[in-house]
Design a protein around this ligand. Structure first.
Ligand code: ZN
Ligand code: ZN
Ligand code: ZN
Length: 343
């Protein structure tokens, strides 16, 4: 989503003009992006809720409007730190370009990074990932139509919506207290969001009471819809919430995508496939090394590194007095020792 055309952030006044007119810091309150963002959110909740006739949610429009809301609102907050921060390249920012809204603005990814690093705003990894995926969904929609798992897109949209509602309340609040109609609109968005979340909660509760019952130790968070709803097994597993199938290598890649994109995976000491990851989140909340190929789970303390090749290996497999070596290296070393003893 590079080079987004700039949303009109402050077309009414030139940045810095407050000083000349003596309007003081309160003048920023007439920035139009917040009402604009809330207006988008109102259409998003309408899109995400099934209508009275039971027609399914209009996911496509929800994604388009939600992405627009996210861009406007994140950048509105950034522009309060400094207007140049909404430029793709703040070093090339000029007040004329800003006033004319004639510039490439930063992506939502970049906005998240700047909000975290410069404005000190806390945005969790889960929220950042949901924002990133939403931007991808929006691009895919614009180019190919909705080809992706609708339930997962819907679930992500709900996460972003939840984030944006809190973001407005915590970081863009002044407008809300100033305008009764904005406060009312936010009330509508909040109520609809509760309803949307209750649908997901109901489905998850049903799953937890049935298919996922007493399986916390085998239930993984789905990297796609973000629900704790993938029941692990050695063959390709699938998400019971969004229905996505997860072949071992896809699952491993997706699990690592957030924290270690592109880095090689560790080899599993059980099946030797390079599909061991510490990025799997289980319903029981325990830290885990998990192999997506054979579905083995290891506590981090159970595994050490082979002194010869560095791969993970069960610690209790070590002979007393010997260094930890994996079966492969052990075989090789013993062979070499045998060969030496013949000479
Ligand atoms: Zn899922
Ligand atoms: Zn394995
Ligand atoms: Zn080894």
């Amino acid at each position: 989503m590079a080079n987004q055309p700039a949303e009109p952030l402050a077309p009414h006044r030139r940045p810095g003009s407050d000083r000349h007119h003596g309007a003081g810091p309160q003048a920023v309150l007439d920035f139009p992006p917040v009402p604009n963002g809330i207006d988008y959110l109102l259409t998003v909740v309408t899109d995400l809720l099934p209508d009275l006739a039971g027609k399914p949610p209009r996911i496509k429009y929800a994604v388009l409007h939600l992405q627009a809301a996210a861009e406007v609102l994140l950048k509105a907050r950034l522009s309060r730190v400094h207007w140049s921060l909404v430029f793709k390249d703040p070093g090339k920012a000029t007040s004329t370009k800003y006033a004319d809204a004639d510039f490439d603005s930063c992506t939502t990814d970049e906005a998240v990074v700047r909000l975290r690093n410069i404005a000190g705003i806390q945005i969790s990894q889960k929220e950042a990932t949901a924002l990133k995926d939403l931007a991808k969904d929006r691009n895919a929609l614009q180019h190919y139509g909705l080809t992706h798992n609708a339930k997962a897109v819907e679930s992500r949209a709900a996460t972003v919506l939840d984030f944006l509602v809190r973001f407005i309340e915590e970081h863009l609040a002044p407008e809300l207290s100033e305008s009764e109609s904005l406060a009312q609109q936010m009330g509508t968005v909040r109520a609809a969001l509760k309803l949307i979340q209750s649908f997901a909660t109901e489905r998850m509760n049903r799953l937890r009471g049935n298919e996922l019952k007493d399986a916390e130790g085998r239930t993984l968070r789905c990297p796609d819809c973000q629900q704790l709803a993938v029941l692990t097994k050695a063959t390709p597993c699938s998400c019971l919430f969004c229905g996505r199938n997860w072949p071992a290598y896809d699952l491993a890649d997706y699990l690592r995508a957030g924290r270690h994109p592109g880095s090689p995976l560790d080899e599993c000491p059980g099946c030797y496939a390079p599909t061991l990851t510490d990025d799997a989140e289980f319903a029981d909340g325990k830290a885990t090394l998990y192999c997506t190929n054979c579905a083995s789970r290891y506590a981090p303390a159970e595994l050490g590194n082979c002194a010869a090749c560095g791969c993970y290996w069960p610690i209790d497999d070590t002979e007393a007095g010997r260094e930890l070596v994996c079966a492969n290296c052990d075989r090789r070393i013993r062979q070499e020792e045998d060969e030496c003893s013949w000479m």
